[in-house]
Design a protein around this ligand. Sequence first.
Ligand SMILES: NC(=O)c1ccc[n+]([C@@H]2O[C@H](COP(=O)([O-])OP(=O)(O)OC[C@H]3O[C@@H](n4cnc5c(N)ncnc54)[C@H](O)[C@@H]3O)[C@@H](O)[C@H]2O)c1
Ligand SMILES: O=c1ccn([C@@H]2O[C@H](COP(=O)(O)OP(=O)(O)O[C@H]3O[C@H](CO)[C@@H](O)[C@H](O)[C@H]3O)[C@@H](O)[C@H]2O)c(=O)[nH]1
Length: 328
Amino acid sequence: MAVLVTGGAGYIGSHTVAELITAGEEVVIVDNLYQGHKDAVLGGKLYVGDIRDKDFLDTVFKENTIDAVVHFAANSLVGESMKAPAKYYHNNVYGTLCLLEKMNEYGVSKIVFSSTAATYGEPENVPILESDRTFPTNTYGETKLAMEKMMKWFDIAHNVKYVSLRYFNACGAHESGKIGEDHNPETHLIPLILEVPLGKRPFISVYGDDYPTEDGTCIRDYLHVTDLADAHLKAVNYLRNGGESNVFNLGSGTGYSVSAVIEAARKATGHPIPVKVEGRRAGDPAVLIASSQKAKDVLGWTPKFDNLEYIIGTAWKWHEAHPNGYAK
Ligand SMILES: NC(=O)c1ccc[n+]([C@@H]2O[C@H](COP(=O)([O-])OP(=O)(O)OC[C@H]3O[C@@H](n4cnc5c(N)ncnc54)[C@H](O)[C@@H]3O)[C@@H](O)[C@H]2O)c1
Ligand SMILES: O=c1ccn([C@@H]2O[C@H](COP(=O)(O)OP(=O)(O)O[C@H]3O[C@H](CO)[C@@H](O)[C@H](O)[C@H]3O)[C@@H](O)[C@H]2O)c(=O)[nH]1
């Protein structure tokens, strides 16, 4: 029985494929390589194609015996989603619909799904609980919430069980140095900071220093990508053991300001990393910190990486060795 990983050539997907293989799982990967990289796939059987292509999905489901799906394939840039909502509804919502239809047709009844802190919008409470209000402030978060709700109705109608994992900020790279983060365009804070010591940008822009936080910069909850990957294995096994459909936050529970992240990167790289303070980025909440207590209690998940300087060091190891990312 194989685990099908959609988006498995992308950043979090490729790290999860690596963990699944280490755990002895048979893995089938589907990716259209829009953001993914063949070189990021360390094992398993890769099918290059789009989840919205139902004939393509037929081939994948016919050629493999799949017992669970881990679904990463999506577009995930907040800013872009505000300018191109149709792209986000088409790829994220329609793509998930095609996948669920085919899962149902081929009798696959377990799915672990990449959701996001962006489903909450501006939080009512910090740390955020799964039971808190979901009120997305951008199209991306809204499509992820629509995907969660679609899975709920497929469960009610067809008994397809799901685990929705609401990630906070994924970061870092595989400790082996073999795989890392390579998005085009890159918008995430840590890989952009690391472009300064790589000589690819003169400074890092700080989007706003007038937030109601101690140093005025936004606070986020940064979680190592391998800890995230591990949660997916635990979620697959939770469903295999008869677990009911469920939603879990995944974060470290610790918040770091943008300035604190830059300081940790200075220590990890030994570079002074100059800063330029700019205006706020539209749609950024001031503080996002997860309560992951439920994932700890129900899935038995505990993040192993708790030192931000070390986490950034794992990313730095990969970026230093791959200054231009994967081979294009
Ligand atoms: N990076 C984060 O901090 C973060 C936080 C919360 C949630 N997420 C979610 O986690 C998932 C993975 O994020 P990531 O940072 O690894 O992104 P990514 O872009 O690196 O990975 C997504 C992969 O899916 C593939 N893909 C996209 N649309 C596809 C389609 N229609 N058919 C087949 N393949 C397709 C892309 O080529 C890419 O390889 C996404 O769903 C994202 O919304 C990410
Ligand atoms: O050049 C930069 C880039 C980012 N930031 C700030 O750094 C913080 C983190 O930004 P980023 O790395 O872009 O992550 P988020 O916007 O927090 O979004 C990530 O984390 C969310 C969950 O918390 C996911 O939903 C998204 O998919 C994922 O991109 C934010 O305050 C940004 O304003 C800067 O100051 N300068």
